[in-house]
Design a protein around this ligand. Sequence first.
Ligand code: MTE
Length: 328
Amino acid sequence: MHYFQDRGFQHPVSSEITPRSAYLNRRAWLQSLAVGGAALSGWAGRDAMAQTARPNKLAALPGVRSTVAGAMVMDKPTAYGDVASYNNFYEFGTDKADPARNAGSLKPRPWTVAVEGEVKKPGAWDLDALLKLAPMEERIYRLRCVEGWSMVVPWVGWSLAELIKRVEPTGNAKYVQFITLADRAQMPGLRSGVLDWPYAEGLRMDEAMHPLTMMAFGLYGEVLPNQNGAPVRLVVPWKYGFKSGKSIVKIRFVEKQPATSWETAAAQEYGFYSNVNPKVDHPRWSQATERRIGEDGVFAKKRPTLMFNGYEPQVGQMYAGMDLKRYF
Ligand code: MTE
């Protein structure tokens, strides 16, 4: 694979990008060429772009189409405008519109992610080093929020396993904890006590190493909008959205199951595993169905929620023999 250097990160050359899919209409393709970076985004991203208005305001961050099993769902991607305006990012307020409205104060550069704990190579990773760590891939994932809505997002990034391999976890590393930014100067929502700050999440080591677990730096072929967790966030597509911490500043390898913000806030409602599971209801609502953002007209039917959010063939084995009602 060949790369050319531009603004400090690697772009795959356009000849290596996914071949156009047969149904992509030629005119949409030419139009996407006209908007520069957009042309380099993967096939479904382009297909969606043919249907949705693209802001094209942020720096291009293209990726090659991922070959990770399950990484390219066929569902229609959610319009960029919806992905970037209907958010949960409590550091900027608890209303769905708050993050888009308030996250302008987040400074995604300069940025470092500290890696510490049970690893042979702890250290601080500068954002530019992370952007170059592995080839950027486009992946189209379903994201199912615990609240009962879902989206389909063309993310850009690489498997967290790429970073984990490089920092060499010790035999004591059983879990990974993710800590996100908590800076009152940048985040007005920290004044509220809705959650214990900083926002913290965690995964079991095998979950963190699973190729579908992604460090995302972009969506729709551009760098992440601040409200979606710039400059780097986690995406764990078979778990409820709150496992996917935004604006990560620290990754800690630990021996014991780490505390998570949501479990600390309400342990009976938000378990450590948080696997999407239509058969295990939230104590206050059913998890059997979901509403796809952008399809919420009066006549829109709710969709049945899929076991492990539809990623059961890829991830089910990790939970074989576990009582999923107990480990929810
Ligand atoms: N990360 C941080 N730091 N703070 C948050 O409040 N909310 C989570 C998750 N990551 C949250 C977070 C929840 S509840 C969801 S559903 C997803 O982000 C939403 O991601 P999106 O807004 O990009 O769709």
